[in-house]
Structure formats: C-alpha cells, structure tokens
Design a protein around this ligand. Structure first.
Ligand code: ATP
Ligand code: MG
Ligand code: MG
Length: 416
C-alpha cells in the first residue's frame, strides 16, 4: 500500500506542517491511514498524527472525518465529552501524492487491548461501570448535541487515556521527544548505533529542559498514553469518526462492524441513533465477560447474517414477528410466520443463565447488570433507552467490593 495513492512512508524524525510536528513512532494503522506519535514543537506536547492515504476517495473520507471532528470539537470547548479532540489538520505532499493529515490528541491503548490484557476473562464490574459511563457521556453528546451517529462503535475504537502528561513526565511515560531525523554518523569511536543513541539522548535532554520552561503556558493537557497496566482510573474516549454520519444525512446502508451490528441493519429496516446503543450493549457485555456477545459464522446452508439473527434470538428470545418481517431483506431470512427459513431449531439460553453458568456471575450481579443491559438489546430500536436515559441508571453507581473479580464478589456475598 506504500505506492501512489496509498500510505505515506514516514521515518522517525520526519517533520510535518513546516516543522511543527516531528514523527516519533508508529501508533497504529487502519484501512485509510497510518497513525504516528508526533511531538508538537509549538505546544511541547505529544499528539497523534493520522496520515491518510492520498487517493481521491481517501481524501474525500478524510475531509468528512475532519468535518465531523470539527463539529465535535466546536460543541465541547472544555474537551470533557469523552470524544477524541481534533487539534489541527493540514496537507502533506510526499512521493505517493498529497495526504490529508489530522492532528489528534494522543490517547492510549484500546479497550480491545485491555480485554486481551485481562486474558479474555472480563474486567471487574466497577471498571466496566467506569468505562460505560465514559462511552455514554460520549454518545449522549454525539447524539443529542452534535446530531451524529458513530456507526462503528467497538472496543478497538475506544481508547484509554489518563491525565498525566508524558511531556511533563518523560521518565514514567518512557517518552523523550526526538526532534530531528537520526542520522548514522561515521565519526571515530563507537558504533553507528551508539552515536545515534548519544545524539538522541542529548537532544532529548535539551527538549526536556525546554518543556520545563514552557510548562505553564500549555493550554489543554495532553495525556500520557494510558497503558492497560495503569490500573484504577479507567477513563476512555471514543475515536475513529471516519464512518460517522449526520442523523439527517445517512449515506451507507450497511454500517457497523459485524459483531456489533444491530438487527435492523441486517434486516435493512432503517436505522437511527439507537444502532449505537446496540453496539454499546455488546461492548459492555464483552468488557464484563471477555467474550464477544455475538460472533456469527457462515455455516452449511446458512449465511453469517442468518447465524447472527439466530444467535440474537437464542440469547434474547424470539424476535417479534412484525419486526422480523418488516425489513427490506426480511424475506431473505424469515418466512411469513417470522421463523428463520434455514435455521429451524434454536437453542435458547437466556442472558441471565449465561452470565451465571458460563461466566460465574453471582445471581445478584447478573440481575443488576441485566437490568441495565437488557433494555438496550430490545429488537425494536425505538424502545431502546437513549444514552441520556442510560446515564441515569442506578447500576452505573453501584459498587462491588474493590479488587475482586465478578466471581470473587459473588462468593463473598454468598458467605455473608
Ligand atoms: P479504520 O480502518 O479502523 O477505519 P483508520 O485508518 O480510520 O482505520 P483509525 O482507526 O482512526 O484509522 O486509527 C488507526 C489506529 O491508530 C487505531 O486503531 C489506534 O491504534 C491508533 N490511533 C488512532 N487514533 C489515535 C489517538 N488519538 N491516539 C493514539 N492512538 C491512536
Ligand atoms: Mg479504527
Ligand atoms: Mg476509520
């Protein structure tokens, strides 16, 4: 993909925007872009630099993302709505063409990494609650105040962050800014690597000294890259607005990543904000159990879509006939009675039983969690609670005893 129209190749130390941003290391990549940690020499902060592929359709997509991110930033001057902040954007010309670049606040590991870090065993419910609160603050803001549907909520697109500034705390964050491209020297003494390292260390020391001087004039805080290990303060932000759409200007019919896709999207019955609430519920389940709520597969004689609908009904009960037959694609899956055409025998296992038997939740934890979760998984989109309503739910403010897994918490309650 590093060819005309594709990614821009970056080397550590490369300058961007007339030298304002200096590339430090690669943070990640997606279908549209590579994302780099960069040092902003103007604010003495670290930022994430998203460098889009250069071809026309990618540039178009970046312009849309910039448009959405700008509206998000405009409506949230104090940057408190748990959504990634767009700091700047510009064009960068390279051998593969002209690339639109977005400068975003630097965030940490994704919830996917957090789930992996916990070896797919699920997080303590207290942590799940904190993360849920952040996502709901973001969704309430996006839906009610900005008027956009994210359409691609999933653990990968929610990043942790903490308020410790890596530029102020280079030792803890392990980051010292690189201010120019390291060159291999040919001087006497020491290997090339040694010389580079010495040069870098000298520069880093100078840079850190600089930061000390500018410390107080820095505006909005740039966070340290929150790592899964950091522990208790579980805060996060929603990212990746490449697929977000205005509620009154929807363009794609097929939205959302498979496992987080709402039933009305599969059935083509039309969608609105409540598709994000469905994905949110899938994420909450995954955080609490370590497993995806729905992981459909193509089988002999049925499609992935049909398996997905079957899995939903096995866990949530039968889909009301009216909803099952009401979409433009309903006939592909359901007969006129509202039964699946090719998957006849469903193995029903209600969510509360699943949580208790497979995931060892206590009866109380399961009941309380599902009081919060189940309404979000309503097959009729208009019955799902809004983010604003969810934020009022008492489950978010319950507390289990600290430091215990769901199972331990259940055991200790039993002992009492
Ligand atoms: P996709 O194919 O998912 O649409 P994309 O090209 O639009 O990808 P993003 O998903 O925005 O790119 O970013 C790619 C990766 O870069 C993310 O998964 C994440 O690991 C990292 N990343 C993105 N934004 C940030 C940020 N603000 N801070 C730290 N890392 C980030
Ligand atoms: Mg992404
Ligand atoms: Mg994207």
């Amino acid at each position: 993909s590093y060819r005309k129209g594709g990614y821009h190749a970056v080397r550590i130390g490369d300058p961007f925007a007339a030298g304002r941003y200096i590339a430090q290391r690669k943070l990640g990549w997606g279908q549209f872009s590579t994302v780099w940690l960069a040092y902003d020499t103007q604010s003495s902060k670290y930022v994430a630099l998203k460098i889009q592929k250069s071809a026309q359709q990618f540039a178009q997509a970046a312009l849309h993302e910039i448009d959405v991110l700008s509206s998000i930033a405009d409506g949230d001057p104090s940057n408190s709505k748990c959504v990634v902040r767009l700091i700047d954007h510009f064009k960068h010309s390279g051998p593969n063409g002209q690339h639109l670049c977005m400068v975003l606040e630097f965030l940490g590991d994704s919830l996917l990494q957090l789930i992996r870090f916990n070896r797919y065993k699920g997080l303590e419910l207290n942590k799940v609650r904190e993360i849920c609160k952040c996502i709901l603050i973001a969704l309430d803001y996006l839906h009610r105040e900005v008027g956009i549907i994210h359409t691609d909520l999933k653990p990968e697109n929610i990043l942790l962050f903490s308020t410790i500034d890596p530029a102020k705390d280079p030792v803890r964050s392990g980051l010292t800014p690189i201010l120019e491209r390291p060159e291999g020297g040919t001087l006497n003494g020491g290997s090339t690597m040694n010389i580079i390292e010495k040069k870098l260390k000298r520069r880093a020391r100078r840079a850190v000294a600089n930061i000390g001087v500018r410390r107080d004039s820095m505006g909005v805080e740039a966070p340290k890259p929150a790592r899964c290990l950091d522990g208790i303060d579980m805060r996060c932000k929603v990212v990746d607005f490449g697929n977000a759409c205005w509620a009154d200007k929807r363009f794609a019919e097929e939205i959302q990543t498979r496992q987080y896709r709402a039933p009305e999207v599969i059935l083509l019955s039309g969608y609105t904000f409540s598709v994000d609430m469905w994905s949110f519920a899938c994420i909450a389940f995954e955080l609490a159990t370590g497993d995806m709520m729905f992981a459909p597969k193509t089988g002999q004689g049925f499609s992935e879509d049909e398996d997905h609908l079957a899995l939903m009904m096995e866990l949530l009960g039968k889909m009301p006939r009216k909803i099952a037959v009401g979409g433009a694609r309903s006939k592909d899956f359901f007969d006129r009675h509202g039964d699946l055409k090719r998957i006849r025998r469903l193995k029903f296992l209600p969510l509360d039983r699943l949580l208790v038997t497979k995931y060892k939740f206590s009866e109380t934890d399961a009941r309380e969690f599902l009081e919060f979760l189940s309404p979000l998984l309503d097959f009729s989109p208009e019955k799902r609670p809004t983010a604003q309503q969810c934020l009022q739910h008492p489950w978010l403010n319950l507390r289990s005893p600290d430091g215990q897994s769901n199972m331990d918490a259940g055991m200790s309650k039993l002992k009492i």
